[in-house]
Design a protein around this ligand. Structure first.
Ligand code: B1M
Length: 208
């Protein structure tokens, strides 16, 4: 019931109510990851459905994203607290041509909570910028997010350039249109369908 109320608050673009309801669920003892998955991410899925069917347009998507963000801020301190400190630097960004950043920010935050040193390049990140940052920060992993099917080619190109360098730098990919088979087809070293999974994949890439 409360989960549905949070979903409705996001769908009504009500930031204040989203924050209040998320806090209330935490106070009741609900798990932060469950609230994230079953309420906030579920709400964004519904936003996507409404956009696809012409009920919502870009402004509505943005307002819903802001409400989701507000709820996420409340959850942040409760998510992915981990005692195991991983050593490693991850360069992360949303690929060129793509400005969706909610999923990327979640992955970034989870990795940070797990003890990785995360360099977040933001959105619309060019191939050259990913590679230059990896070099500059002596990173172990380049992590890329894409939400548009049209930007998958960018992801493929970055993976190809990293592989061409022939060093130990690994690639990790994800985002709604990215599948395990696409990831393996383009030669990415790791793939996760969600933010929590990205942490274990990143660990396995570094400790493999
Ligand atoms: Co856009 N949008 N959008 N949008 N938007 C989608 C993605 C879309 C599926 C909506 C739809 O048609 N149903 C569609 C893409 C269709 C396609 O290509 N297949 C779409 C479109 C078409 C567009 C525009 C082109 C619309 C237009 O202008 N006509 C435009 C593109 C702009 C651009 O990027 N150049 C556009 C713009 C926008 C807004 C700016 C309005 C806003 C983004 C705000 C923001 O990000 N700050 C927006 C939104 C909010 C969405 C939807 C509704 C929600 C996305 C989201 O944040 N989901 C989305 C529909 C949907 O996905 N259901 C849609 C919640 C988030 C937590 O999920 O990012 O998938 P996600 O992350 C997940 C996993 O994918 C994974 O972890 C997260 C969960 O734990 N993950 C990774 C993500 N990255 C990972 C990386 C990893 C591992 C896992 O390793 C590195």
């Amino acid at each position: 019931m409360e989960t549905k109320a949070i979903i409705d608050a996001v769908l009504n673009f009500d930031q204040e109510k989203t924050v209040r309801l998320v806090r209330a669920r935490l106070d009741q003892g609900a798990n932060a990851l469950t609230i994230l998955d079953q309420a906030l991410i579920a709400a964004m899925d519904e936003v996507g459905r409404r956009f696809s069917t012409g009920i919502f347009f870009v402004p509505e998507m943005l307002m819903a994203a802001e409400a989701m963000h507000a709820g996420l801020e409340v959850l942040k301190p409760h998510l992915a607290k981990s005692d195991i400190k991983a050593k490693g630097t991850v360069i992360i960004g949303t690929v060129k041509g793509d400005i969706h950043d909610i999923g990327k920010n979640l992955v970034s935050m989870m990795l940070e909570c797990a003890g990785f040193n995360v360099i977040d390049l933001g959105v619309d990140v060019s191939q050259g910028k990913f590679l230059a940052a990896a070099e500059k920060y002596q990173a172990q992993i380049v992590a890329m997010s894409a939400l548009l099917s049209t930007t998958l080619a960018e992801m493929k190109a970055v993976v190809a350039r990293v592989r061409k360098r022939g060093c130990s730098l690994k690639t990790l990919v994800g985002g709604a249109p990215v599948t395990a088979s696409f990831a393996s087809e383009i030669g990415a070293d790791g793939y996760s369908p969600d933010a929590a999974g990205a942490v274990s994949v990143a660990r396995s890439l570094i400790y493999a």
